[in-house]
Design a protein around this ligand. Sequence first.
Ligand code: RIB
Ligand code: CA
Length: 314
Amino acid sequence: MARKIIIDCDPGQDDAVALFLAFASPDELDLLAITTVAGNVRLDLTQRNARLMCDIAGKHDVPVYAGCAEPMSRALRTAEMIHGDTGINGIEVFEPETPLQSEHAVDYIIRMLLAADEASVTLVPVGPLTNIATAIDREPAILPHIEQIVLMGGAMREGGNRTPSAEFNILVDPDAADIVFKCGRPITQMGLDVTHQVLSTEDRVARIRALQNPVATATADMLRFFDRFDTKKYTSKGAPLHDPCTIAWLLKPELFEGKECNVSVETRSELTLGHTAVDFWQVTDRPLNVNWIYGVDADGFYDLLIERLDRFGA
Ligand code: RIB
Ligand code: CA
């Protein structure tokens, strides 16, 4: 039976690839909806970009909702320096046919979860956690209906990518992250420690481009743009494919290695705001609230991604 999921995202080239991977896996994943949030770029762009990915993949029937345009209690920080001014630089932007639902994403999340069976829906947030936390804060009765939360965000050994000690998704809305990490539902967390192991190297992008279908071509074009910042910054070979790690874990968890840990979020310090304190060695008695993913078979990850992207050629 396919797992019911919603993807909450801020496309973002890597968010887009996560959407493509989910679109290509209907036997395992029943994608109920895409909810969008401000993050990499403003909300009017992230919601347009999500709908544009639906068009490229021919998935016009997936409902797309726009959510929060600002973090819960702070000013928005965006990341055009990484993703470009459209948020999905690397491909031509057009006005998508896929419609935007009129309901606010938070209202949709609450309505959908209250109507769902207990522990029946997996939430996959891959941007700032504002929509998810706002829904939990407004209607805690949704919590028993959430099967688990599989999120991209945070870091331990990798420090931070937007400040020396904070990863972007958590930094943008640390108060939202604090609510999610304390919500009591099972969480699997893909931080920079694992996402920095899945680099979109030239040969991997070439394998994607060689598939020669519109989705694979769009993926290769977006990755060609997306990798320029991280390659220069980390002198790595290709940009880390952060967000698709969440979907890949749902499809093939055996590709990953994780450990139950406490993860807590810094919400006050100016110096370390948004830091995720991962108690990997369990030196505190804080609750084990997260399955912290720290290892991945990177070749196996790309083999899975390429096998699924190839399905768009059929
Ligand atoms: O730090 C990486 C995360 O920030 C990814 O989700 C990327 O899309 C950006 O949102
Ligand atoms: Ca993202």
